[in-house]
Design a protein around this ligand. Structure first.
Ligand SMILES: Cc1ncc(COP(=O)(O)O)c(C=O)c1O
Length: 484
């Protein structure tokens, strides 16, 4: 017989059981107007305690950064400081309405303006907009800005956008949505953009390149200055996918590398909660010549400070803006958390973020590379990619390793990305984990590598310790059953 914790809420239902009691009605009963009632809803009948236990049990099935190590490569699942949450919950900020008169939201506009300024400073950029809802949408904006700029320069024949073969799928998607034809550029044996391959496309039709640095192999591109020079000399522009900016904050300014327009994933680098599809925020920042094309609105000082009065902030539309991509100000509560995070870390602390994240990643890589194949064996940045493919464990794939990690209570890393590493396990520890946590992770990963050879069924049948075992992942996504 099933215990209550194994039953669905529908199986727990007992006819007539209630979780509420209404006060006796002091008005005459009336029927609902025709057509308003939807008929009987098949809702379970439960007590308040049944409902509380049900949702508490479900919440415990969630894996989160607050619950355990989350080495999901390219996602920067770092600890989300609770002070940021506290600020976001302050009534003076959380109860604002974006249609309030501008003079009543000066504090919120100051926060937007200062966040833009901090992000521009970190990137060496001239201007920025915070409205895009995610990295992918910020990419779309940045590439649209490139298209608009080229159009204004009479360069409409420039239709080719280059995408390194290690890139995230959102890069080609953004380019295609902006009307460009994507051409893949090869990665060389050291994990850098292959300059010979790049040179083939450097002509009159080149619109630009979308480059991620450090790239999705977790490597700093040693050819980056040549890449941006070659694209610029050919008349193209350079988009910098800043999803991996956690490694560079306060150390390298993308503008100094030749990047013209870039985005930050505030929900990764600046530690706002993410996962499960949002909400996020993807600020887009650019050099001077692209500033007029930014998506609006952007926060600006509309009246300078005098000796007696602070500046007056407003929202302005850049002159040749590609338009609005999100309602009102973007995801204000996410931007606010990122702002508080920046203020807590401070200018000097920014550098430590990337240094510690890089140290942690190299520590893990060095401790695992004798038991897992490492396709690009050089010092990594904030993450690294293993190839879970062993000659003496031919039946094992990255998927099996990832599933086995769940039996050890760990969240799996990103797998099968980047696409150029066949059995990719992309591991990003972030700067917020202690050496104890990293050591425990190393032990688990070494045990799994041993099991792959001595007892492969442990991996191919995993996970066995989780509430559900191996799912048909395609069916689970296409035919989702949410009633647990
Ligand atoms: C390298 C890279 N670029 C872009 C993105 C897209 O960012 P978002 O998920 O915020 O849309 C991601 C997300 O994982 C990424 O890893």
């Amino acid at each position: 017989m099933k215990t209550n914790s194994e039953k669905t809420i529908f199986e727990m239902s007992v006819p007539g059981r209630k979780g509420f009691r209404c006060a006796p009605s002091d008005v005459p009963a009336a029927d609902l107007p025709e057509g308003l009632a939807r008929g009987a809803l098949p809702l379970p009948e439960l007590s308040e305690l049944d409902v509380v236990r049900h949702y508490t049990r479900l919440s415990r099935l969630n894996y989160s950064v607050d619950g355990g190590f989350y080495p999901l490569g390219s996602c920067t699942m770092k600890y989300n400081p609770k002070a940021c949450e506290k600020a976001a919950a302050m009534t003076g900020l959380s109860a604002l309405h974006p249609l309030q008169p501008i003079e009543t939201v000066q504090g919120a506009l100051l926060i937007l303006h200062e966040t833009q300024t901090i992000l521009c400073e970190l990137g060496g950029m001239a201007a920025g907009s915070l409205t895009p809802a995610a990295g992918a949408q910020a990419e779309f904006c940045g590439v649209k800005m490139i298209a608009a700029y080229l159009r204004d320069q009479g360069q409409t024949q420039r239709k080719v956008m280059l995408i390194p073969d290690s890139a995230h799928g959102t890069n080609p998607a953004s380019s295609v949505m902006c009307g460009f034809a994507c051409k893949p550029v090869k990665t060389n044996a050291r994990g850098n953009v292959d300059l010979e391959d790049l040179a083939r496309y450097c002509g009159d039709e080149l619109a630009g390149i979308m480059i991620t640095n450090p790239n999705t192999l977790g490597l700093f591109d040693e050819n980056i200055l040549d890449v941006t020079r070659m694209v610029h000399e050919a008349g193209g522009l350079v988009y910098g996918d800043g999803a991996n900016m956690n490694a560079l904050l306060g150390i390298v300014k993308p503008a100094a590398l030749g990047i013209d327009v870039m985005h930050y994933n505030l929900h990764k680098t600046f530690s706002t909660p993410h996962g499960g599809g949002g909400p996020g925020a993807g600020a887009v920042c650019c050099v001077e010549k692209l500033a007029d094309y930014l998506p609006g609105p952007v926060a600006a000082v509309i009246e300078e400070m005098t000796d007696e009065e602070p500046p007056v902030y407003g929202l302005v539309e850049p002159k040749k803006s590609i338009g609005m991509v999100r309602a009102f100000w973007g995801h204000f509560a996410i931007i606010l958390r990122a702002y508080v995070y920046c203020m807590m870390v401070g200018k000097n602390g920014m550098r430590e973020i990337g240094e510690t994240a890089t140290l942690n990643a190299n520590y893990l890589m060095a401790a695992l590379k004798d038991v897992y194949p490492l396709p690009y064996d050089r010092v990594c940045m904030h993450e690294f990619v293993l190839d879970a493919k062993w000659k003496d464990a031919p039946g094992i794939r990255a998927f099996d390793v990832a599933k086995r990690m769940m039996d050890y209570g760990l969240h799996p890393p990103t797998y099968y990305f980047p696409l150029i590493v066949h059995e990719a396990l992309m591991i990003e520890p972030t700067e917020t984990e202690s050496k104890d946590v990293l050591d425990a992770f190393i032990n688990v990963m070494r045990s799994i590598a041993e099991e792959a050879k001595t007892n492969p069924e442990l991996l191919t049948n995993a996970p066995v310790e989780t509430p559900f075992g191996r799912l048909d992942e395609v069916k689970a996504a296409k035919d989702l059953k949410v009633a647990v």
